[in-house]
Ligand binder design. Structure first.
Ligand SMILES: [Cu+2]
Length: 365
């Protein structure tokens, strides 16, 4: 149910956030009454000049002190548990979630869908599908806020942040920037439109059909000269990128790091930050040479290498495996919502994952 004064609930996890909020408000009101009430009463009763008994004031009450210490501890721990479990679910998108790219800049939201479709200050989403937003900023700190989804996340220059949700109710909802980001911050607003899946699929095919991030990434990988060192048997000894994403990378100095989006980004923009064990620091920095969108495209392409996803999305059985600098990338199909292929995490309105793809992250936000 939607509670009065709360924004509409348009994602599956919105209700959970509302319950946590209501518990916090309820418990705060309760303790406000049990403390402010007696204060007001005693102020009145023991005001100066009032004829009341002021002798034999009780100095200690151990049982009372234990009670008002122990009960609030458990109340606070309970609230912590509620909030932490909601937060934990909000931070862990299911692996199969459909990934959209969001770039914030003064003063607009630029969004790209996995099939290549782009939009500005508009975000169209299919109903009942887990959606993950990979976000960064071109300039200052912005904050992606959709009240009806109960999600808000800072969008930072030089870093990736993510949020995810399962849109649950077709309609149109507000999108805000919730971080003061300059003179036109108040104009950095947009709309989120949730559509039934078939309608979303049809909408994807309308208007200009852009290059998908995977295809663009494959092309850039070639054009930027990455193939010279990372493909085949190059003259320069460079790390193999097949199956890199999600793996643990041994670094110079004996430490390791997880090859996530942050690592891939840093390896391209700040290559000397973390040197892979056994390799020389020969990689040039691409800072200033690629835009945020291009960088996201290259990283999306790298994520598909050797992960099996590449075959699923761009080639077919023959294409998974060796890095080929995306020769087949042009054949990207809008497969995400095609029922014949492994779908992204599709979640039924009651929160249970459908057969199309389990939502490993549990109850989504
Ligand atoms: Cu902003």
């Amino acid at each position: 149910m939607t509670f009065p004064l709360f924004p509409e609930q348009a994602s599956l996890g919105a209700r959970e956030v509302d319950y946590v909020m209501l518990w916090l408000i309820g418990i705060s009101c309760f303790f406000l009454l049990v403390t402010a009430g007696p204060i007001a009463f005693f102020c009145f009763r023991y005001r100066r000049g009032n004829q009341v008994n002021r002798v034999h004031i009780r100095k200690g009450a151990l049982a009372l002190e234990f009670t008002w210490t122990i009960i609030p501890i458990f109340v606070a721990l309970g609230l912590f548990g509620l909030g932490a479990s909601a937060y934990f679910r909000q931070r862990h998108p299911p692996e199969e979630a459909m990934e959209l790219h969001v770039v914030g800049k003064q003063w607009m939201w630029k969004i790209q869908h996995p099939e290549g479709k782009r939009e500005i200050n508009e975000l169209h989403l299919p109903e009942g599908v887990a959606v993950k937003l990979l976000m960064t900023s071109e300039d200052v700190i912005h904050s992606f806020f959709v009240p009806s989804f109960r999600v808000k996340q800072d969008v930072l220059p030089g870093r990736y942040t993510t949020i995810w949700m399962v849109p649950s109710k077709p309609g149109s909802y507000h999108l805000f920037c919730a971080e003061f980001c300059g003179t036109s911050h108040s104009r950095m607003i947009g709309r989120v439109t949730i559509m039934p899946r078939a309608e979303y699929q049809a909408w994807l095919l309308t208007g200009e059909q852009g290059e998908s991030p995977v295809a663009a990434g494959a092309r850039l990988f070639r054009e930027l000269g990455c193939t010279g060192c990372h493909v085949g048997s190059p003259a320069v000894h460079a790390p193999n990128l097949n199956g890199l994403f999600g793996s643990v990378v041994p670094l110079e100095g004996g430490t390791t790091t997880l090859a996530d989006e942050r690592y891939l980004r840093d390896s391209i923009m700040l290559p000397n930050l973390q040197i892979v064990h056994g390799y020389e620091a020969l990689m040039p920095s691409y800072q200033g040479k690629v835009s945020e969108e291009e960088l996201m495209a290259v990283i999306t392409y790298l994520k598909t290498l050797g992960s099996g996803k590449r075959g699923e999305r761009i080639g077919g059985p023959g294409s998974a495996g060796a890095v080929e600098a995306g020769g087949e990338a042009a054949r990207v199909q809008p497969l995400h919502l095609d029922m014949r292929t492994p779908a992204p995490a599709v979640v039924q309105p009651d929160g249970a994952p459908a057969a199309g793809g389990p939502a490993k992250g549990g109850t989504p936000p």
